[in-house]
Design a protein around this ligand. Structure first.
Ligand SMILES: NC(=O)c1ccc[n+]([C@@H]2O[C@H](COP(=O)([O-])OP(=O)(O)OC[C@H]3O[C@@H](n4cnc5c(N)ncnc54)[C@H](O)[C@@H]3O)[C@@H](O)[C@H]2O)c1
Length: 249
């Protein structure tokens, strides 16, 4: 895909979509920085011969974010690609959600996306006049919260999740406008239901979906690869739904 030798920070790389993104980029010759709260040993096993750096910590903490970008540049010299993927999803409704529940999703999904973008761009990507920022949002950020097949409605992604992902989409467009003149693109992939820890035990109906299966992490990783590529330089501010046609119409 034209990103061999580039350096990518991938948050949430210990599992699910982040793991698939890191492995897919590594297969294309990208040096990957694996960021997560949890150890990334399963991801590292899948990297084949790729070079990597593991940075463990909480992406809601500004000092951790800055230290991660510093370690990346110390080890690899540059950072070309940022994939803001790590996320949490409370499924409580607005009546029962607490302020702490709200903050967890907003800070993990939205604030950390801002923090990593700031730390990667200023000064590194801006000085290099090159960058590819990919933010993983969700169709919940477009349609107000995916309703699962659960009869009591309990599987629906909650209001903080939906608001955070809507915020990620707006931030993607803001950043794209701001940084386009400096050779930096910013795009978002908005997944539908994908089999990972976040969706474990939550049944999804395929009735209104064109493709009659639930997504797998690699489906999302392939979309990320395009946005991460040097060949996608005229594509920015886009939100690509990868949802099996769930969000049609
Ligand atoms: N799976 C789906 O159906 C689906 C649908 C739409 C969007 N998404 C989005 O995809 C992204 C990846 O989710 P996933 O489905 O792979 O889930 P996942 O739970 O498998 O992966 C999330 C990863 O983020 C890490 N993480 C969470 N909070 C963190 C923090 N504060 N600091 C550092 N790491 C942290 C977790 O440890 C985990 O490894 C999320 O942003 C999620 O909202 C997923």
């Amino acid at each position: 895909m034209g990103c061999k030798g580039d350096v990518a920070i991938v948050t949430g790389a210990a599992s699910g979509i982040g793991q698939a993104v890191a492995v897919n980029l590594s297969k294309q010759g990208v040096h990957v920085v694996l960021v997560d709260l949890n150890a990334c040993e399963k991801t590292i096993e899948l990297l084949e011969d790729g070079s990597y750096l593991e940075c463990l910590g909480d992406i809601r903490e500004e000092e951790f974010v800055k230290a991660t970008v510093k370690r990346t540049v110390e080890k690899f010299g540059e950072v070309h690609i940022l994939v803001n993927n790590a996320g949490t999803c409370s499924r409580k409704d607005i009546e029962t959600m607490t302020a702490d529940d709200w903050s967890r999703d907003i800070d993990t999904n939205l604030k950390a996306t801002f923090l990593f973008t700031q730390a990667c761009v200023y000064p590194h990507m801006k000085e290099a006049e090159y960058g590819r920022i990919i933010n993983i949002s969700s169709i919940s950020g477009i349609n107000g919260g995916v309703v699962s097949g659960q009869e009591d409605g309990s599987g629906r992604s909650g209001p903080a999740y939906s608001a955070s992902k809507g915020g990620v989409i707006a931030l993607t467009k803001w950043v794209a406008k701001e940084l386009g003149p400096f050779g930096i693109t910013c795009n978002s992939v908005a997944p539908g239901a994908v089999e990972t820890a976040i969706t474990a035990g939550v049944p999804y109906s395929l009735d209104s979906q064109a493709v009659k299966r639930i997504g797998v992490p690699h489906d999302i990783a392939e979309a990320v690869s395009y946005f991460a590529s040097r060949k996608s330089s005229y594509t920015t501010a886009q939100v690509l739904k990868v949802d099996g046609g769930n969000a049609i119409g």
